[in-house]
Ligand binder design. Structure first.
Ligand SMILES: *Cc1c(COP(=O)(O)O)cnc(C)c1O
Length: 395
């Protein structure tokens, strides 16, 4: 009798735990609740579109989803944009247990009532990878379910998406550890939130090719580090070298790695060079490979590689280019274009690189290939060009 009783209870407990795991473990968009703001002043007082400064105006609502040991993912909530409460001991504040994403929602320029996103599945994969790298719980979340919640957030704030070429709603999914304990340990509670910000063309007066400076004293990322994850800890240490570059009139750092001075990234963008290869004497578009783990796998980077390979007009390579190769190519007149690539600006032409006190000049004009890539990618983002299947997602 006693044995029977205890078995029943154990079975019951197990059953309860199982059912709570299956219903609550994942992110469920069907559980999403929406609390709309009553305050219209934020919207009325937003700057006119042409005065938008990247990331400074935040829209009316945000998405919140928590993960706790007991219930795992909580029901997603869209609430009015507001400050969050956090213990001063939270490990995101103490040890940088934080990661994020950068993506955009667009108002179509062909059928202006449709809202679109660009390859959002890529951002979900990368977010999961960053969370996993920080040993955060919940990293196995259902990507499509989170995207459904994000799509609802975009729809709730659709009036905040400025219409026009170069305009979009920048989305910043963020995951922070909320664990309240000063001991350094893997987080047991996290908050995933998404805030959004209307943005205009990164370069208001058209492309402005930028001057770069290499950093020989500071390194952004290294094999075995976190360069391939979008974790906050990668960015704080770039402030000082960035400041030093600005003192030399250069707007971004060209990051190098190793004794051979292999070029890895530029600022917080991937970097591409378009040149005539010295060995093959053929045109080549080249960017650093992902194999060593010190390169952020950019969605823009991947899209450029895919498109350029589909055009078949020149060789496309993922390999490390050294400063010596770039200096020689420039000297020989084989260096044609160079540009940074990332969601915020799509492509950013590079005019020159200051390396060890000397300038390597590329071009003060925006190159043909840089423009072609910009036209193709923005064309797909705004629904003007079909693009590969699944790239432009209608909400
Ligand atoms: C976000 C980021 C990029 C660009 O990635 P996209 O997905 O193209 O926006 C490149 N490098 C670094 C270091 C980044 O943080």
């Amino acid at each position: 009798m006693l044995i029977f009783f205890s078995t029943t209870i154990t079975t019951l407990r197990t059953a309860t735990r199982c059912s709570s795991i299956t219903t609550r473990r994942s992110i469920h968009s069907s559980q999403l609740t929406i609390e709309r703001t009553q305050d219209t002043t934020r919207f009325d007082q937003r700057p006119p579109n042409e005065h938008l400064q990247f990331g400074t105006t935040l829209s009316d609502h945000m998405l919140l989803i928590e993960w706790h040991q007991s219930e795992q993912w909580s029901a997603p909530r869209i609430v009015p944009y507001q400050n969050i409460q956090l213990s001063p001991a939270a490990s995101s504040l103490q040890y940088g247990l934080q990661c994020f994403e950068g993506m955009k929602a667009y108002k179509s320029l062909v059928d202006d009532d449709s809202l679109r996103m660009f390859r959002p599945d890529k951002n979900m994969q990368r977010l999961a990878h960053s969370m996993e790298r920080l040993q955060m719980p919940g990293a196995n979340f259902d990507h499509e379910e989170l995207l459904r919640c994000i799509a609802e957030l975009i729809k709730v704030d659709a009036k905040w998406i400025p219409y026009g070429e170069g305009y979009s709603l920048y989305l910043r999914p963020t995951v922070i550890a909320t664990t309240k304990a000063l001991g350094l340990a893997a987080p047991d509670s996290i908050l995933l939130y998404v805030i959004t910000s209307p943005v205009g063309p990164y370069y208001k007066t058209g492309f402005q090719p930028i001057r770069l400076m290499t950093s020989t004293d500071y390194v952004r990322a290294w094999p075995g580090g976190t360069g391939n994850a979008k974790v906050g800890g990668n960015y704080a240490p770039t402030m000082k070298p960035q400041f030093l570059a600005a003192e030399h009139g250069c707007s971004q750092i060209l990051w190098l790695f190793g004794e051979n001075e292999e070029i890895t990234e530029v600022g917080a963008m991937n970097v591409f060079f378009y040149l005539i290869n010295e060995d093959t004497q053929r045109l080549e578009l080249v960017t650093a490979p992902l194999t060593r783990g010190d390169i952020l796998p950019g969605v823009t980077r991947d899209s450029i590689l895919h498109l350029a390979r589909s055009w078949g007009d020149f060789d496309v390579s993922e390999r490390y280019v050294t400063m010596a190769e770039i200096a020689k190519a420039a000297e020989d007149g084989r260096l044609i274009e160079a540009f940074g690539a990332g969601t915020a600006a799509v492509v950013t032409p590079i005019s020159s690189i200051r390396h060890k006190g000397k300038d390597i000049d590329i071009s003060t004009e925006t190159g043909e290939l840089t423009r072609r890539i910009w036209n193709e990618i923005t064309g797909i983002q705004y629904g003007k060009i079909a693009g590969p299947p699944g790239w432009s997602v209608k909400l």
